[in-house]
Structures are given as structure tokens and as C-alpha cells.
Write a protein that binds this ligand. Structure first.
Ligand code: CA2
Length: 166
């Protein structure tokens, strides 16, 4: 039988931020370090977990990386509605996945689009995001730190929502 979480320990009911990463981001830190840096995806997720765990009250991170569009749509549908926000790096899907955009629009949860590289300073085809219109904002060009900036914003937003309720 599973042990009940002790006070202060994250549990099933701990609020969470859904972090989604698209195709090839599992290769981070192993290839193309000049564009994408040397940090691995596990390093970035560990940094997010540390920040989320240190928030008061703490948050959890639910992370899904997939190379498959449908798996990301499933994650948005299944885990998005109960999350306090979504941080998504759709990778190449940024530029053409209407399915991801529609899923994000359908769940209607505050979404921040993150890119490691400055997509606006790269090839023309990377300048356009079909996801951006359904996100509250986009962060690009700050490497792994961009995910932390996004999380910081979602924590502040959560705190503001809690304050306005008291
Ligand atoms: O800058 C970003 O975060 C991107 O979302 C990364 C995508 C690219 O298609 C977008 O235009 C911008 C590519 C992810 C590929 O990740 C790799 C990581 C390491 C080695 C090779 C690819």
C-alpha cells in the first residue's frame, strides 16, 4: 500500500505546472551546443522542480517530452485543465501545429511559450509561431533560463489570484 504523504511533502493534490517539450528536445545537451547550450532537459526540469518546490505554498512540476504531436495533445487534454499553467516549448511544432494550438485554446489555461534560441534571429521559417496567439506570452533566446522566467511569472500570477480572493 502507498504511504500517505507527510506534511509539506508534495502529493497528488499539490497544485502543478505542466511543462511540455516537443520533438528532439530530448537531445538537449548532447548535440548542437552552440545553438541550444550544454544543459540537458533533465537539468532544466531539475531547476524548475527546485523553484516550484521552494514556492510558498509549493508547486509541483509535471513534465512531458514527446517527439509525437498526438502525445502532446493528449498531455494538454489530460493534464492541462487541472494545472495552474502550462509552459510549452513546442520545438518544430511551434511553426505549424494547428493541433497543438487548438488543444491549448480548448483547455484555456494560462500558457507561456518558451524557446531556448531566439527564433526571431534565426531562419525566416522560425519567425512565425502558430501557438503564440493562444499563449499569454513568449520567451525566446535565454536558453534554459527562459523556462524559469516563465515559471516565476506563473508563480506570481498564482499568488496574485490567491491575494485577490482573500
Ligand atoms: O529554440 C527553441 O527552443 C526551438 O523551439 C527548438 C526547436 C526548433 O525547431 C525551434 O525553431 C526553436 C528544435 C529543437 C531541437 O532540439 C535539439 C536539441 C539538441 C540537439 C538537436 C536538436
Amino acid at each position: 500500500m502507498e504511504r500517505a504523504p507527510t506534511a509539506g511533502e508534495p502529493s497528488e493534490s499539490t497544485p502543478y505546472v505542466l511543462v511540455l517539450n516537443g520533438p528532439n528536445l530530448n537531445l538537449l545537451g548532447t548535440r548542437e551546443p552552440t545553438i541550444y547550450g550544454r544543459e540537458t532537459l533533465a537539468d532544466i526540469v531539475a531547476r524548475l522542480e527546485a523553484m516550484a518546490g521552494g514556492a510558498k505554498p509549493p508547486l509541483q512540476i509535471r513534465h512531458v517530452q514527446s517527439n509525437h504531436e498526438g502525445a502532446l495533445v493528449d498531455a494538454i487534454q489530460e493534464l492541462g485543465p487541472a494545472s495552474i499553467g502550462i509552459i510549452i516549448n513546442p520545438a518544430a511544432f511551434t511553426h505549424y501545429s494547428i493541433a497543438l494550438r487548438d488543444a491549448l485554446a480548448a483547455v484555456g489555461v494560462a500558457t507561456i511559450e518558451v524557446h531556448l534560441s531566439n527564433i526571431h534571429a534565426r531562419e525566416e521559417f522560425r519567425h512565425h509561431s502558430v501557438v503564440a496567439p493562444v499563449a499569454i506570452g513568449q520567451i525566446a533566446g535565454f536558453g534554459g533560463a527562459g523556462y524559469l522566467l516563465a515559471l516565476r511569472y506563473l508563480i506570481e500570477r498564482r499568488d496574485r489570484a490567491v491575494e485577490s480572493r482573500v
